[in-house]
Design a protein around this ligand. Structure first.
Ligand code: GBH
Length: 482
């Protein structure tokens, strides 16, 4: 049924920007090279018993030592942009505002940026992709202490703008605040996995973490606007992720309400304060009560001044799920909106074919609907800052490189963007495939492969996959059609 979807290769605008994305901890390796300090991921990936499939990213793709070759390979695909993240503890090993700076770490990113520009690739820089310096976590719990974190993050961002900003047109403050709050501080499947330590309060901590991220983003966006934007001529925003959701039972108003509530809890939690300068969605307050922090008058002013600084909506998106409302009154242990996520609805219909990981199914129509939902709510041009999938059968290099499933996924998701632009009037400016190369998939270790370049983790040899060539060609073709 839905499985027979065919790629139509629909047009994309001539100035549509395409690229690839990565994150420092997932590819760099060089975990303690050239003075880098440890991050919470260095700690988390070495815990025993392991919470990361027995694997760490001490070496990962060794991109730290193979930058030049990696950029050359990427450039051969004709990308316009490359989104990467800076490892905070590489440039401030202890992380704090009174701690020393590591010039060797700065030199690494400075060279990376220069090499990208030499290949006509525009760098898009994420300041925070999950790897907080271990030292700020040890000292004050990192995100758990809003004022301390805000001040240290501002200092770190200021350093980045000062040293790299003359060459950067697009900044991202945080990657996926929902994941940082919920997966790292409620489920504990990602670092620091704080909730699994003694004396923690998972009823309030995930929401404090979210609060810290929102306020730190606002502080830094405003600081960029006041001190750097004019001379550096760049823009700044945040990247939010989120699935799209369909009701489990279309006939059930409870399921339909729960579906909208899920989007509010996932996306509007951050989107409303950041892009609208508004309070948390009322649905969250109604459900969470005092567990959700409140913005002081001063903080609301900060949010309102910072909101218009954001010039784009950074969207990470992978899949769609069905939502079923849970019992009312809510179960005590469900704190993310009283909903259950499923891949099959009440009529037994699957949301779409499964990829190489269970949580990711192919559902391009959901992507199109979410593009519309975001556009309608925030009215900012959308940049798809991550999208992609792993396939089955990737243990073997020959089948891994002939990645038909991934090509199909990319083709369909790009069709969805075309429809959103030309049929629905949504502004979508760019698309960054996740990921440039196979890498360390966090708690899943080296299992799932998201790359358009294959990496042999024994030899570290790189091989372009067919999906890489497909993206190169499809962007040439599709942009010609417009
Ligand atoms: C993004 O997260 C990240 O930005 C990127 O670093 C990552 O490599 C990429 O996606 C691919 O995963 O097993 O049901 O608990 C996306 C959010 C959160 C999606 C954790 C997968 C696990 C779902 N991810 N989630 S489950």
């Amino acid at each position: 049924p839905a499985y027979t979807l065919e790629v139509e290769e629909l047009p994309l605008p001539q100035d549509f920007q395409w690229g690839t994305a990565t994150a420092a901890y997932q590819i760099e390796g060089g975990a303690s090279q050239d003075g880098k300090g440890p991050s919470i991921w260095d700690t988390f990936s070495h815990l025993s018993p392991s919470r990361t499939n027995g694997e760490n990213a001490d070496v990962a793709c060794d991109h730290y030592n193979r930058t030049t070759a990696d950029i050359k390979l990427m450039a051969s695909l004709g990308v316009d942009v490359y989104r990467f993240s800076i490892a905070w503890s590489r440039i401030i090993p202890m992380g704090g505002r009174n701690d020393p700076i590591n010039e060797q770490g700065i030199a690494f990113y400075s060279n990376l940026i220069d090499e990208l520009l030499a290949h006509n690739i525009a760098p898009v820089v994420t300041l925070y992709h999950w790897d907080a310096p271990q030292s700020i976590y040890d000292r004050y719990g990192a995100f758990l202490n809003t004022e301390e974190f805000q001040a240290d993050f501002e200092n770190y961002a200021h350093l980045c703008f000062s040293r790299f900003g003359n060459r950067i047109r697009k900044w991202v403050t945080f990657n996926e605040p929902y994941i940082i709050s919920i997966f790292a501080h409620l489920n504990g499947t990602l670092a620091p996995g704080h909730c699994r330590e003694a004396g923690t309060d998972t009823k309030t901590e995930p929401w404090i973490v979210g609060h810290t991220i929102i306020l730190s983003h606002a502080t830094v966006a405003l600081m960029y606007a006041n001190e750097f934007r004019e001379s550096q001529n760049g823009e700044i925003s945040i990247v939010l992720n989120g699935h799209y959701y369909e009701p489990y039972d279309q006939a059930s108003s409870q399921d339909r309400d729960a579906t909208e509530r899920r989007l509010l809890f996932y996306i509007a939690w951050f989107g409303d304060p950041v892009f609208l300068g508004a309070d948390y969605p009322p649905a969250m307050r109604a459900y969470l009560g005092d567990r959700l922090p409140t913005f002081t008058t001063k903080q609301r002013e900060l949010l309102q001044r910072a909101a218009p600084v954001n010039t784009y909506y950074g969207m990470n998106h992978y899949s769609t799920k069905f939502i079923r409302a849970l019992s009312d009154p809510p179960a005590e242990d469900d704190w993310t909106g009283n909903t259950e996520e499923l891949s099959i609805n009440s009529e037994g219909k699957e949301i779409g074919p499964v990829s190489g990981v269970a949580w990711l199914r192919v559902a391009p129509e959901g992507f199109r609907k979410l593009l519309n939902w975001i556009w309608k709510r925030y009215r900012l041009p959308i940049i798809v800052t991550e999208n992609g999938c792993p396939c089955s059968g990737e243990e073997n290099i020959s089948t891994a490189v002939d990645d038909k499933f991934r090509r199909w996924y990319f083709g369909l998701y790009l069709d969805a963007i075309s429809r959103a632009i030309y049929e629905d009037g949504v502004a979508v400016d760019g698309y960054y495939a996740w990921s440039l190369m196979d890498n360390y998939e966090w708690s899943a270790g080296y299992g799932p492969r998201f790359g358009i370049i294959h990496v042999d983790f024994q030899t570290l040899e790189r091989t372009m996959k067919n999906s890489g060539y497909y993206l190169r060609d499809t962007f040439i073709e599709r942009r010609r059609k417009s």
